[in-house]
Design a protein around this ligand. Structure first.
Ligand SMILES: Nc1ncnc2c1ncn2[C@@H]1O[C@H](COP(=O)(O)OP(=O)(O)OP(=O)(O)O)[C@@H](O)[C@H]1O
Length: 223
């Protein structure tokens, strides 16, 4: 579904990451770790063609990302749900309307019952009519996760989804991502929280990728 062969990427002509190869197979669970500034967000942006490689092959569902039209990329993005590091919401819309926004934008009907069930699943049923400003950090992250999965994507990419959360809330969010994986979704989570990775590996068979020295590596068994 997402395949990189010898990919390099950078900004403004300077290379940040190089020689990256990876195949994200359906149903897999990956963590991506590495120090701040190593390029985790940049790597995720490649995976949903927000950035294109400066060298190598990036395949999205069998198509070469560099030859895809805007429409092709828009289609592919419907199959990839992204939880961004700084989850942004439209302040004047309710939590439910924000979560349903990808459907609205795509011109798809909103199934009110399915929306309520999704909000209940992330523990936000009581807050569905609240405004985003009324949510706590953990609630915002869970709303962002609900918004990322509302289009039933096959892949979920989450960028530091537990960034500012306490341990208990981090585990709660992780358990939602594990549940999605057990439902067959492919999950990739960028995080610098090694304890979280260790904790999750007890629940799910996860591979840990690490960015070091501008390269993507498979982390050792210690993680
Ligand atoms: N749009 C951009 N233009 C130029 N440089 C950028 C851009 N986005 C990121 N960078 C630089 O690329 C490097 C990697 O950034 P990136 O956000 O991918 O790292 P990260 O591993 O996700 O970091 P963090 O853990 O702090 O979120 C950083 O040095 C950053 O300043």
């Amino acid at each position: 579904m997402i395949e990189l062969q010898d990919v390099a990427v950078g900004y403004g002509g300077s290379e940040l990451l190089a020689e990256m190869s990876l195949k994200l197979v359906p149903g897999s669970f990956h963590f991506l770790t590495g120090p701040s500034g190593a390029g985790k967000t940049t790597f995720l942006k490649l995976c949903y063609a927000e950035l294109l490689p400066s060298a190598g092959f990036l395949g999205l569902y069998g198509q070469d990302a560099r030859t895809m039209s805007r429409d092709d990329i828009a289609q592919i993005r419907q199959r990839i749900g992204v939880v961004h590091q700084d989850c942004q919401f439209l302040d004047h819309l309710s939590v439910a309307e924000n979560v349903a926004l990808p459907l609205t934008v795509a011109g798809r009907p909103i199934d009110a019952q399915a929306l309520t069930e999704l909000l209940a699943w992330v523990g936000l049923k009581a807050q569905m009519d609240a405004l985003p400003a009324q949510l706590s950090g953990g609630e915002r992250q869970r709303a962002a996760l609900a918004r990322a999965v509302i289009m039933s994507p096959e892949v979920i990419l989450a960028d530091e989804p537990t960034g500012n959360l306490d341990w208990e809330m981090s585990l709660r969010l992780l358990s939602l991502l594990v549940q999605l994986n057990k439902m067959g979704k492919t999950v990739l989570i960028a995080t610098h929280d090694l304890n979280l990775i260790r904790q999750t590996k007890a629940q799910v068979s996860a591979r840990v990728l690490r960015i070091a020295n501008r390269r993507l590596q498979l982390a050792g068994a210690d993680l």
